[in-house]
Ligand binder design. Structure first.
Ligand SMILES: *[C@@H]1O[C@H](CO)[C@@H](O)[C@H](O)[C@H]1NC(C)=O
Ligand SMILES: *[C@@H]1O[C@H](CO)[C@@H](O)[C@H](O)[C@H]1NC(C)=O
Ligand SMILES: *[C@@H]1O[C@H](CO)[C@@H](O)[C@H](O)[C@H]1NC(C)=O
Length: 322
């Protein structure tokens, strides 16, 4: 072999790397003409515990007779031809066998229904068929994503704020999904904003509660999420115990009630002077010096409120013994 011949051969190898590849591709596509599996849609987003239809059709060259059809989660590369082991048949899998129903036929329709889907079912699934002469699994399968629902909401809002609750899914459900909202397990009909959102405009304290969401026609409900509505003290009210006349030497209790979230801090004033704090103000062995106008102040981070003044009039003991 002369140097020139070797050189020429090297040149040929260098120049023509694409040729054998094209040739192989042609052989491949000729031999696989007519073989195919197609899924429509090829991605499915399904709600936990719902039933899923995986629509599927398949084709093969004429002259073949279908011997076996099945679905699998395992794609074995290069196992399309009549060799190697078959991937496991889902209908033999105890996780699936009760929930899987083949709706297709042994001609061209390979549709299945999978019911009560779980998050663990999220996977790619393949249809495989075996003829009297050959075997086939499509290269890509149908992707199933199973989602649950989660309410996303701020933990705490202040009365008057506008708040948006979102019903989240990990994949996009169809546009036809209609969301339902619950507060403390009661369905809400009002103020549906965008499809999976609940808009509470100008939140009131009555809006506080446990929120959950669902999709119409499905029995999966999201876990409930607590919405906490904070607000300033509404009003402060003083009550005196015991009621009625106060006689010196008695023990008297003043109670300040006010509604707020978070709970307010209470201070007591006699005249204009601070005399104590806490919801309950106790005066034991009251004397005429304690007579006067009392009021309480209720305060939290959202505001404050003073009660009306109450007058404590301490009588002297008139009927002294001895
Ligand atoms: C396949 O079979 C299913 C169930 O019987 C049916 O709903 C569907 O329309 C069929 N698909 C085709 C392409 O024939
Ligand atoms: C799942 O759906 C079935 C009815 O299709 C229902 O009886 C069952 O309670 C559901 N399970 C859960 C956990 O929601
Ligand atoms: C709401 O938030 C306030 C302020 O953080 C807290 O004091 C209160 O306990 C919360 N209430 C509920 C029901 O979570």
């Amino acid at each position: 072999m002369s140097f020139n011949t070797i050189y020429l051969m090297l040149m040929l190898v260098r120049m023509a790397p694409a040729l054998p590849l094209i040739f192989l591709l042609m052989i491949h596509s000729v031999s696989s003409a007519g073989w195919g599996v197609s899924y429509s849609p090829s991605h499915i987003c399904a709600l936990k515990n719902s039933s899923v239809i995986m629509s599927c059709t398949y084709t093969y060259p004429t002259g073949h007779q279908i011997k076996k059809v099945f679905w699998t989660k395992v794609f074995i590369r290069g196992n399309n031809k009549n060799k190697g082991i078959d991937p496991p048949d889902l209908s033999n899998d105890i996780e699936y066998s009760q929930r899987l129903q083949y709706l297709g036929d042994k001609q061209q329709n390979c549709t299945i229904r999978l019911s009560h889907v779980t998050l663990k079912d999220s996977h790619m699934y393949y249809f495989r068929f075996i003829t009297d002469k050959d075997k086939w699994t499509g290269k890509t399968g149908v992707t199933l994503s199973v989602t649950d629902l989660q309410v996303e909401s701020p933990e705490r809002v202040t009365e008057g704020d506008s708040v948006r609750l979102t019903c989240k899914s990990s994949c996009t459900l169809t546009d036809r999904a209609t969301f339902i909202w619950y507060r403390n397990s009661q369905p809400l009909t009002e103020r549906r904003d965008r499809n999976n959102e609940l808009l509470l405009q100008s939140v009131r304290r009555e809006d506080a509660g446990r929120y959950s969401c669902a999709v119409h026609g499905h029995n999966h409900i999201s876990p409930a999420v607590q919405l906490n509505v904070t607000y300033p003290p509404k009003k402060a009210l003083v009550s005196i115990s015991p009621s009625g006349e106060t006689v010196s030497g008695d023990s008297v209790t003043l109670i300040c009630s006010s509604d707020s979230n978070p709970p307010a801090e209470i201070s007591w004033f006699k005249g204009g002077t601070f005399v104590g704090s806490g919801r309950i103000y106790n005066i034991s062995k009251i004397s005429s010096d304690d007579s006067g106008e009392y009021k309480c102040r209720s305060i939290n981070e959202h505001g404050e409120k003073y009660s009306d003044a109450v007058t404590l009039n301490v009588m002297c003991e008139l009927m002294m013994v001895q």
